[in-house]
Ligand binder design. Structure first.
Ligand code: FUB
Length: 332
């Protein structure tokens, strides 16, 4: 492990590849829950077979003058009875004096589901539940605990994330993963569901989130610069809920705002222009009196798409609550 203090826009760690950072402030420190990218001889395709991750390592930073610590393996897929492969982007939450790790993976039928594991410590190790969360599907869970203690899970991803195959509420294996609404029809939305008080199951029904433009018109499927693709994140700032996400095929991190955690959300703009690498995935946290974006790119691996590294950078809000766009080319 590197003993140098973390620096903005540099890999947090260099001894392993990490991606899809979900950052949280727990116990006064920053904890990062990333995917753990590995190299392998398998295929690369739009289904995402190149992302063949098998376990999770949790990172922490005592403060911004300290090195990032890798706490070692917190959960491996061999310890999760329902998982067959591909432990993708996780998130964590704290409630009931317990830390919860939420993670997507393929079940034994090859269908992406979302599981949960618990620990008394933010860095784990985490003990998984026997089965995936009932009613869960697709990828990229992000769990937000609101000020009133209600918890919501945001999730869903296009293409390899299988959202297209769930449009009827059932998994349709014969639907092509790139199918979806017509280019001029409302785009497929991320999903949101309230979690039960014990954080282990879905409390309500899964709802599709609507993202609209400044005139209240739904963002359409053909609007690839603005439509939802994957990697949702929720944060709250000055009473507004910010749903931020990746636009996938156009490689941006963008955001939309609402007064309601379940939307509808009004599209507002770009947070980060495309990084080096196909995927872009993030989280946003307040640490002390500043706000930070955690993101990944492929700079450490020299551009290999499935070998990514987590970085962070400060973000700024304008007076009206909008976020100032960051140009990736200026972050280096
Ligand atoms: O890391 C695997 C997948 O790539 C994630 O689930 C997506 O958000 C994308 O980053």
């Amino acid at each position: 492990m590197d003993n140098k203090p973390v620096k903005q826009n540099e890999p947090l760690v260099k001894h392993i590849y990490t991606a899809d950072p979900s950052a949280h402030v727990f116990e006064g420190k920053i904890y990062i829950y990333p995917s753990h990218d590995i190299d392998h001889g398998g295929p690369t395709n739009d289904t995402g077979d190149q992302y063949a991750m098998e376990d999770y390592h949790i990172l922490s930073i005592d403060d911004l003058n300290s090195p990032a610590v890798d706490h070692g393996q917190a959960l491996h897929m061999k310890d999760v009875p329902w998982v067959s492969k591909q432990m993708w982007a996780p998130d964590a939450a704290f409630k009931n004096n317990t830390y919860y790790l939420y993670f997507p993976a393929r079940d034994k039928d090859g269908i992406f589901r979302i599981g949960v594991a618990t620990s008394s410590r933010p860095e784990g190790p985490f003990k998984p539940e026997e089965n995936y969360m009932e009613g869960s599907y697709s990828i990229d869970p992000a769990v937000f605990v609101d000020e009133d203690d209600r918890a919501y899970m945001y999730f869903g991803g296009l293409w390899g994330g299988q959202l297209a195959q769930w449009q009827t509420g059932e998994f349709l294996a014969n639907v092509d993963e790139k199918d979806g609404p017509a280019a001029d029809a409302p785009a497929m939305g991320a999903r949101v569901v309230e979690l039960s008080d014990d954080m282990l199951s879905f409390k309500g029904e899964v709802k599709e989130i609507s993202i609209v433009d400044e005139n209240g018109k739904p963002i359409v499927a053909g609007d690839e610069d603005r439509r939802y693709f994957e990697g949702p994140w929720m944060h709250k700032y000055n009473g507004y809920y910010y749903l931020s996400y990746s636009t996938g095929s156009t490689h941006k991190l963008v955001y939309a705002m609402s007064k309601n955690p379940e939307g509808p959300f009004e599209y507002k703009g770009t947070i980060l222009t495309p990084v080096l690498g196909w995927t872009t995935h993030h989280s946003i946290i307040q640490y002390q009196d500043k706000w930070y974006l955690f993101y990944h790119d492929c700079s450490l691996s020299g551009g290999i798409d499935h070998l990514r590294s987590v970085k962070f950078t400060e973000i700024q809000y304008n007076e009206d609550g909008t976020i100032q766009m960051l140009d990736y080319d200026n972050l280096k």
